[in-house]
Design a protein around this ligand. Sequence first.
Ligand code: EPZ
Length: 420
Amino acid sequence: MEYLEIKGGRALSGTVRISGAKNAALPMLAATLLAGGSFEIHQVPDLQDVRTFLQLLKELGVEIERTRDSTLVIDSSKLDSFEAPYDLVRRMRASVLVLSPLVARLGRARVSLPGGCAIGARPIDFHLKGLELMGAKLEIREGFVEARAKRLKGAHIYFDIPSVTGTENLMMAACLAKGNTVLENAAKEPEVVALGKMLQDMGAKIKGLGTDTIVVQGTTDLRPVSCTIIPDRIEAGTYLMAAGAAGGELVIENCVPEHLETVIIKLKAAGLKIKVIDADKLKVKRRGRLRSVDIKTQPYPGFPTDLQAQIMVLMATAGRLSVITETIFENRFMHVAELKRLGADIRVEGRSAIVKGVKHLYGAPVMATDLRASASLVLAGLAAKGTTVVQGLEHLDRGYEKMDEKLLSVGARIRRIGDN
Ligand code: EPZ
């Protein structure tokens, strides 16, 4: 079993380069199913979730070639299956993103229902209801959703909650539907906009990207394109908070500062010095003890739920009391019990965690439970006095490319130990 050993208390210094965004790469890889021919996708992060998704595409008959280290050439001309197996979907729920492209391209899809997830039930009812409104016949059988449609037709769809992958799935479906589709209360995340821009380059007619109303005029043919995955704003936010946890000064390069506006406002209010030093570079410095700030996670452009566990680490040693409210997922406080093992003073009341700042955290063995919780435990290890051992690295490796190596390169005392 692999684990990370972190000796805390040393300030960081140096430059961290951000990788392509996991949550942009997955829908954009799914979009290659919409058109035969050769796509070239640059800055694809080397993550477990991406490897799982590529395995799924290969099982559908897609040809994939890795050229330079982070560029993929993908050709779905020989798409010959419409089934996404349970074993793959179970491991990576974003596999549900192949549902619409398969129905739109082949008229049929058989995708395993994703099942539960550590952070919440995470149903896909919006995805399914939207496809039904577009004329797909759906059946749930033996844990699979079977969808059929000669040709999807445009529809007016309202999202009760601005679902990120729900918007992405139905936007892809709408591109090849007959007529117009309106997606109301749609998600505005940069990753949704990035997918939309790729679809526009492929010939799709989409308006309203980045707003809560997206209008798609269906077309009959789309073409393969070359595109680059946007930098990962959650990874960038995590490293801003690594400097906040460990102290010192970092340059974060290959990031998009405007994707982190709310996060930067909150971190500055907590006392971090953050400067935009270039169109794709941030400098972050921490001096002295941070101030407590309240956080409420919201859909973009609000504070991202995917950075909630990480900022909780900063609040655990801040000056006073911070109330962190998680409005997106119903069970995203599993890192609290682990942080308390390190000496944090946190009380969960319903959807809020009351974090009372303590002077220091103290190293101990901890267990990661989900992707962003694992990142928060690494940050806590950087902040804590003594040694912290983080187990459950399969969670971390799903969404962070070489996190231990990137931290090592800026002075962290961190070692990956294990069976390989
Ligand atoms: C995406 O998940 C991200 N994953 C998540 O990142 C992120 O936390 C989440 O958006 C919110 O920003 C990818 O993009 C691959 P949602 P998604 O649909 O699309 C409810 C990470 O750590 N809902 O926006 O699954 C749902 O239960 C991951 O990188 C329904 O009720 O999230 C949740 O409460 C974790 N029915 C809320 O909406 C549906 O059909 C928002 O979920 C769909 C969603």
